[in-house]
Design a protein around this ligand. Structure first.
Ligand code: ATP
Ligand code: MG
Length: 371
């Protein structure tokens, strides 16, 4: 073979290696090459992203903190079949990965076989599965109590209370309440699934927020009056319009004001403030802010962080007594998300000598008039 031919062959080989490396770096799965001494010889870009570039050259027992990976690689090196499984990477990475351990053919007869370890990060998928399972279990739990209460009363009415007109009226009243609670639940679950499905579509109706707030305050003022509360609405006349879905915004502020009535102190005032904030720091966009403040028991910081989770209630008894499903703020969060807005919750738990207060504020992007 001439020197030129050798050079050309080695250039071709180097070119092929670079091509293979590019292909491997394009994969989202981590691909790791392991020698017969269980050393991490090399990896693709995803492998270094997952395990850190300092892993190269280290023993597997160090990189993976012993465990299932080392065991699987050992088994395959001893001539076993391809191995698969699910592993949790050691902290601080702590990701959950699907693992495949595959024997690579020996590169020449006297070389021992090497191993290819492929890791696919499935942490997000597992989280979503867990959330789905939790949701189904929560929904079943929420329905279980009204259903068993209804069955109990039906049995009593068919049996001991059959001829007791007074008990019958009382029980029917309770049964109506339980049936209504289930109807609210079904309704809120449907709304939640609808707003979740549409969250990526930005709404485009031009909405005057002062009209929305005015309407809701009027509708809810009689419910507030039942608890000797009044609603104080303060907003400038020239608020900018927003691109929104009016019905969804009505749901947002209806739930926030409803909560202020339900959880606020008897006889206190609920304050609603709306103002144009101009360009805000969080989004660098022009936004308006609407805040709903009530006097009340205040909410602890650890509860505030979880308030928008489905079915999360601080005081379960109180929420149930007011017919609450615990889905209101989850719906609010998704609607605000769809409007590319910001939901903020502040509560003066233990900070104020004037009594506690809670403020829910919603910032929404405004429509800018053409320059
Ligand atoms: P619904 O689905 O009918 O709205 P809900 O009011 O119980 O039921 P959310 O609106 O999601 O559900 O509120 C969740 C929980 O947050 C409530 O159960 C209550 O414990 C707490 N909460 C909400 N607003 C306030 C408030 N203004 N002050 C104190 N606690 C509040
Ligand atoms: Mg509510």
């Amino acid at each position: 073979m001439t020197l030129d031919a050798v050079k050309q062959k080695s250039r071709k080989k180097a070119g092929r290696r670079a091509f293979e490396a590019n292909i491997l770096d394009g994969l989202t799965d981590a691909v790791i090459l392991i020698d017969e001494n269980k050393i991490f010889v090399d990896g693709n870009a995803a492998a270094f992203d997952l395990l850190g570039s300092e892993s190269k050259g280290l023993g597997l027992a160090v990189v993976f903190d012993g465990g299932d990976v080392v065991e699987a690689v050992d088994a395959v090196l001893k001539g076993g079949q391809e191995r698969q499984g699910e592993i949790q990477l050691p902290p601080p990475v702590s990701r959950i990965c699907e693992m495949r351990v595959i024997e690579l053919p020996a590169r020449n007869p006297e070389n021992a076989a090497w191993i290819m370890l492929v890791l696919r990060d499935v942490t997000d998928a597992r989280k979503t599965e867990q959330m789905r399972a939790d949701f189904v279990s929560n929904v079943s739990h929420e329905f279980r109590s009204p259903v068993s209460s209804l069955l109990g009363f039906i049995e009593t009415l068919q049996g001991p209370a059959h001829d007791d007109a007074e008990a019958r009226d009382r029980f029917l009243g309770i049964m109506e309440g339980e049936a209504r609670r289930m109807a609210y639940l079904v309704n809120d679950l449907l709304i939640l699934s609808q707003v979740e499905a549409e969250e990526h579509i930005q709404p485009n109706e031009t909405v005057d927020i002062s009209e929305v707030l005015g309407e809701i305050s009027t509708i809810l003022s009689s419910r507030a009056a039942e608890r000797d509360m009044n609603i104080d609405l303060v907003m400038p006349e020239d608020l900018p319009a927003i691109a929104a879905d009016k019905d969804e915004l009505i749901q947002v502020f209806r739930n926030l004001i409803d909560n202020a009535i339900n959880y606020g102190t008897h006889g206190s005032t609920i304050q609603i403030r709306a103002e144009d904030q101009g360009q805000v720091f969080e989004t660098s966009e022009a936004m308006l802010a609407v805040s709903v403040t009530n006097q009340g028991p205040g909410i602890k910081q650890e509860d505030i962080q979880r308030l928008t989770e489905r079915f999360y209630r601080v005081d379960k008894g109180r929420s149930r007594a007011t017919g609450g499903t615990g889905l209101g703020l989850a719906i609010v969060k998704h609607i605000v998300g769809r409007h590319r807005g910001i939901l903020d919750i502040q509560s003066t738990m233990g900070e104020s000598t004037m009594g506690e207060s809670t403020t829910f504020s919603v910032k929404l992007p405004t429509i800018q008039p053409p320059a």
